[in-house]
Design a protein around this ligand. Structure first.
Ligand code: NAD
Length: 475
């Protein structure tokens, strides 16, 4: 039984003022596996005060000092990747391959931020003006449970590169990961107050950060519904926001693709992180002419997908994070059948021999893009296969969504894939399953978000732009 009783304020682990306890569950069994004591509004105020106190000195630190801090943070997190991965598996049932990738990603984010910082010019001349980029102020960082450690690290790394101090509100469901990460960050020995971590409820700690006048910016990753609430809450104080929200990503399998490889790739893109990924390719588009072959291969690919013990390296799909998420996935599987789609593989209920929050990976055929299963983010291993007759129609279906986070194109003809990529309304387009690029911008079109993370685009979202006129040196 895990017991987490402290939060982190002003360089120290402290007992929160808040007295509410929150249960942590083992998603593989549905049993309570731990308890976490939550911070409250008063804790949030203390954390904000600490970050404010640290800001004047930290915002004036040199690039070299911040690069050195980022490298120390990377080393501290890298030293604990196994513990981070173990917490991720215990907490939301992430398959071990994903958990291990995510833990290394968390450490890498500090090096990526350091490399961006090394070449970034905070001062430049534009005509007669000197333009200076300055840290935006105290930033609130709010993370989701499905990549809590990685997002804490990436957002903190960017804030440090920019010279901002922060209050982090991790997902209350990720207290084990947060505990390990906090120990790592503490180990790196940053000046007190540069980062503060208050685990608490979204509608308490998150809401307070989103409306508090001393918070200049919120960087949030989570659902579109909460992203909208944060935008509204921040309007009065005109907060800067970076919002990384939900998705309903299309995977376009072009007519010339080899289906034997394209279909398993597309199924894998949809089942990333047990389907609990904002970037999951949940709408698979195939040419009408290829449908029978595509269905045969998709059924085989789902049947070959191992569901079960997340600690088993063969496992692709672990349990859903919570009972609520389990029920949500069940509801959509029932809804798909009610809407007239055909269950090609999977279906409602638990997989054979598994309980807890495990679901059956499910693929629907006979789907039209106006069905709820094709429009709404399910956040589980539930995919739709849709057909198109022309590339124009494929692009139109792909873009017919309120989301626009990521899209995938599969074709042996990379030039052709690239032409299609240019027509897709998405912040990232991945051709033939290319790997993540940590320095390229990431973020959504439309209701998938506002702003971008990573690299120069991410750094600049933590900076204000000031033009100084009349400075002789500029011209
Ligand atoms: P969520 O929106 O329920 O919660 C995210 C965070 O917001 C949590 O820390 C939560 O406590 C907090 N929160 C809740 N209510 C709040 C409020 N009123 N004010 C401020 N904060 C509040 O999302 P989740 O269930 O943790 O994560 C899944 C969602 O995140 C999915 O929609 C997924 O697509 C999205 N996501 C997006 C990305 C991306 O990069 N675009 C990455 C991962 C997950």
């Amino acid at each position: 039984m895990h017991l987490i009783e402290q939060i982190y304020i002003d360089g120290a682990f402290v007992t929160p003022h808040g007295t509410e306890w929150f249960d942590l569950y083992d998603p593989a069994t549905g049993q309570v596996a731990g308890r976490v004591r939550l911070g409250d509004v008063e804790d949030t105020h203390l954390a904000i005060a600490s970050a404010r106190k640290a800001f004047p000195a930290f915002s004036r630190t040199s690039k070299q000092m911040r690069i050195a801090l980022l490298k120390r943070l990377q080393e501290a997190v890298l030293a604990r990747v196994d513990d981070i991965a173990a917490a991720t598996i215990a907490e939301y049932g992430a398959p071990v391959s994903r958990a291990s990738w995510g833990a290394h990603y968390a450490a890498e984010t500090f090096l990526s931020a350091a490399s961006t910082l090394e070449t970034y010019a905070f001062t430049r001349c534009i005509a007669s003006a000197q333009v200076v980029m300055e840290p935006v102020g105290v930033v609130g960082l709010i993370t989701p449970w499905n990549a809590n450690a990685g997002f804490i690290c990436n957002k903190l790394a960017t804030a440090i590169a920019a010279g901002c101090t922060v209050v982090i509100k991790p997902s209350e469901m990720s207290a084990l990961q947060t505990q390990v990460i906090t120990e790592c960050l503490h180990e790196a020995g940053l000046p007190p107050g540069v980062f503060n971590i208050v685990t608490g409820r979204g509608d308490v700690v998150g809401a307070e950060l989103s409306s508090h006048p001393a918070i200049a910016k919120i960087s949030f990753t989570g659902s579109t519904a909460v992203g909208k609430a944060i935008l509204r809450a921040g309007a009065d104080t005109m907060k800067r926001v970076t919002l990384e929200l939900g998705g309903k990503s299309p995977t376009l399998i072009l007519e010339d693709a080899d289906l034997e490889t394209a279909i398993p790739l597309a199924i894998g893109l949809g089942f990333q992180n047990s389907g609990q990924a904002c970037v999951a390719g949940t709408r698979i588009l195939v040419h009408e002419r290829h449908l029978p072959e595509a269905l045969r291969l998709a059924k085989a690919a789902v049947e070959a997908t191992k569901v079960g013990d997340p600690a088993d390296p063969e496992t692709v799909i672990g349990p859903m994070v919570s009972e609520k998420q389990f029920e949500r996935v069940q509801r959509y599987i029932r809804l798909g059948a009610e809407e007239g789609a055909t269950v090609l593989a999977g279906g409602p209920g638990h997989p054979d021999g598994l309980g807890g929050y495990f679901v059956r990976p499910t693929v629907f055929s006979n789907v039209s893009n106006d069905m709820a299963i094709a429009r709404e983010e399910i956040f589980g291993p539930v995919l739709c296969i849709l057909t198109y007759r022309t590339e124009d129609e494929a692009v139109a279906i792909a873009n017919d969504t309120v989301y626009g986070l990521q899209a995938y194109v599969i074709s042996p003809d990379v030039e052709r894939a690239r032409e299609i990529a240019e027509r897709l309304e998405a912040g990232r387009v991945v051709i033939n399953g290319a790997p993540h690029e940590p320095l390229a911008p990431f973020g959504g079109y439309k209701q998938s978000g506002l702003g971008r993370e990573y690299g120069v685009f991410g750094l600049e979202s933590f900076l204000e732009t000031k033009a100084i006129l009349g400075d002789k040196e500029a011209a």
